[in-house]
Design a protein. Structure first.
Lengths: 231, 372
């Protein structure tokens, strides 16, 4: 898989959203808030698609760590099962091996990672980082770790929480959104103590002291995250 | 001061003069002739002028302030001027020179912590900032405001300091510590001191955003003093940056000095973009009245001097009040007074400074006593 092309697809989503936002400059404020929410949803969906494809692409390019992780997991499972049922026989057997080349073809990787043909889902950057550490080659896992170290989890996790609040409007989703958006340790301009699901458009449309809409801060930071994952 | 001419804990404090961008003519002659410790130059004031601008058309390169100080033998320190790079993009900057600083061209603006996720990008940024500091007395690391000790920006600041140390180990290392009043009062500036000491910093400049000495309360003054004490205890000399004459008070209580400009840099704005716009102000310079903690218009000061009611400048022959003098003499006088008085008050100590604060005729600046 061409990771750069995957990144470019996501960047195209971000650029397209920004272009729509720019073209909505003269629409009435209420419609502009709606536009902000719609564009934001596109950004987050774009992110989820991108990060899923990125993960698959990383295994496609180097499956050695994935194979190792699978073999360890399978061996642990086998040992536990055998011990629980046949432990009294003192069975000895070689650890299982996964027949997977270092560069498996893309269909094989998709079948392994994504048998239901959906996206691989990550509830936050921390989860992506943990799974990358377990299953991706070190050079790819290091990129997610670098992002965690640079506070990118604040953007990703808040964006997912806002997306959930927009999509579900549930009290739980709004509470989680307010928790994320109220913290934002590295982004004072994105911090807001409380808002309802009806206030998200206003929040995204509001300008930072630098004069840009918060929506575009998310856009820029998503672009940066993509460039760290795919330099 | 140490062998590099940098203030030390317990040594003589410095007055750092923060010039405006066009004061190179003044700085080409004054440091050679008068009392002068060092200048503190903003990175943007060393950046090239935009192509096609009238100043560029006159042949000015942008390095005039540094060149003038090199010519007159005046020491200088460069403030890398980096907080604004995280606050806005090129279109938001009040001066096009900000985007022309070498380190402003390394990463997409405005920068965020993610901009520095790749260590090689971070080192390139620091390298460009240090590259702008040719001829400076110390090397200074880029910096960004933090809210709490140990937060992400704080850790990044320490990384930037470590990079600056590696890039230039030949000069003393100085760091700017920028935080809000809230962070100061919460004690997070003071608790940072051991980390800066461990990072090998030889000198810090404290910049407290939103700390306006003319309106500040006792709690904030007390917190500023505590922060200075913490750095002194950690063995790191701490200069109060952009505090105006309040710096005299802090220096009597252990600060390694203070800085301000003749008209600007008497406080640090919370909004770095607004602060830069504020620098466009061109109110007339005033006369710093020695020992009285206030300033007067030039006309009033001359009138008071003729009546014999104005304390004299500590430098004999100071020309500021002679008829026909201009703003440069007012600047000279301010530098005379602050450079002289910062030492006198440090020597006299905090108790003496507390007594001297009462000499303001209307008892203003009373909250400053909380720092003593």
């Amino acid at each position: 898989m061409d990771l750069r092309r995957t990144r470019q697809t996501f960047v195209d989503v971000l650029d397209g959203g920004e272009a729509v936002w720019d073209s909505a400059v003269s629409v009435p404020p209420e419609r502009r808030k709606t536009a902000a929410e719609d564009i934001f949803l596109r950004f987050v969906v774009g992110w989820e698609t991108f990060v899923s494809e990125w993960f698959i692409g990383c295994v496609n390019r180097d499956a050695s760590r994935y194979r190792q992780a699978f073999e360890t997991r399978m061996n642990n499972w086998l040992q536990t099962e055998v011990e629980s049922k046949y432990g009294r026989y003192k069975v000895v057997f070689p650890p299982p091996t996964l027949s997977l080349s270092k560069n498996p073809n893309l269909d094989a990787v998709r079948d392994l990672l994504d048998p239901s043909e959906g996206n691989i889902e990550f509830r936050g950057l921390q989860e992506l980082t943990q799974r990358a550490n377990q299953e991706l080659a070190p050079r790819y896992a290091a990129r997610t770790a670098a992002l965690m170290g640079a506070g990118a989890n604040e953007i990703v996790d808040a964006a997912l929480a806002i997306r959930n609040a927009l999509a579900h409007r549930s009290r739980r989703a709004v509470r989680e959104m307010n928790r994320r958006v109220g913290e934002f340790p590295s982004y004072a301009v994105l911090r807001k103590q409380t808002m309802s699901s009806d206030g998200i458009g206003t929040y995204l449309n509001a300008k930072t002291p630098g004069g840009e809409a918060r929506l575009l801060v998310f856009r820029r930071e998503f672009g940066r995250i993509a460039r760290v994952l795919v330099p | 001061m140490n062998s590099h001419g940098v203030p030390t804990v317990g040594g003589e404090p410095f007055f750092y003069y923060r010039p405006f961008w066009n004061e190179h003519k003044f700085l080409r002659s004054y440091p050679r002739e008068g009392l002068f410790d060092a200048a503190l130059l903003r990175g943007r004031h060393l950046a090239p002028h935009p192509a096609g601008s009238p100043v560029a058309a006159r042949g000015e390169t942008g390095r005039e302030l540094a060149n003038a100080l090199n010519e007159s033998g005046g020491a200088f320190v460069v403030d890398p001027d980096t907080p604004i790079l995280a606050a806005g993009g090129v279109g938001d900057f009040p001066s096009p020179r900000i985007a022309l600083m070498p380190h402003a061209q390394v990463l997409e603006l405005p920068v965020s912590r993610i901009s520095f996720a790749n260590p090689s990008d971070r080192r390139a940024f620091v390298g460009a900032a240090v590259g702008q500091q040719a001829g400076a007395q110390v090397v200074t690391a880029p910096y960004f405001p933090f809210e709490r000790r140990g937060d992400g920006w704080y850790d990044l600041d320490l990384d930037l300091i470590a990079d600056a140390r590696v890039i230039d180990a030949s000069r003393p290392l100085a760091a700017f510590v920028q935080a809000s009043v809230r962070t100061l009062v919460a004690g997070d500036v003071g608790t940072a001191a051991p980390d800066y000491a461990s990072a090998g910093v030889d000198l810090v400049f404290l910049r407290i955003a939103g700390f306006d000495p003319q309106t500040v309360g006792q709690a904030e003054c007390r917190a500023y003093r505590s922060a200075i004490d913490a750095f002194v205890a950690a063995g790191v000399p701490a200069v109060a940056d952009a505090v105006g004459r309040f710096g005299l008070v802090l220096s009597s209580a252990g600060a390694a000095g203070f800085s301000c400009g003749a008209l600007h840099h008497k406080s640090v704005s919370e909004n770095v973009i607004f602060e830069a716009a504020d620098e466009m102000r061109s109110a007339p310079l005033q006369y710093e009245v020695p020992h009285r903690w206030y300033e007067l218009t030039h006309t009033q000061a001359r009138a008071d001097a003729r009546r014999g009611v104005l304390p004299a400048c500590p430098v004999l022959g100071c020309p500021a009040l002679v008829d026909g003098t201009k703003s440069s003499e007012l600047k000279e006088h301010m530098i005379h007074y602050f450079t002289h008085e910062v030492r006198a008050l440090a020597q006299a100590g905090a108790a003496s400074a507390r007594g001297r604060l009462t000499q303001h005729p209307r008892g203003a600046n009373g909250s400053w006593r909380a720092a003593l």
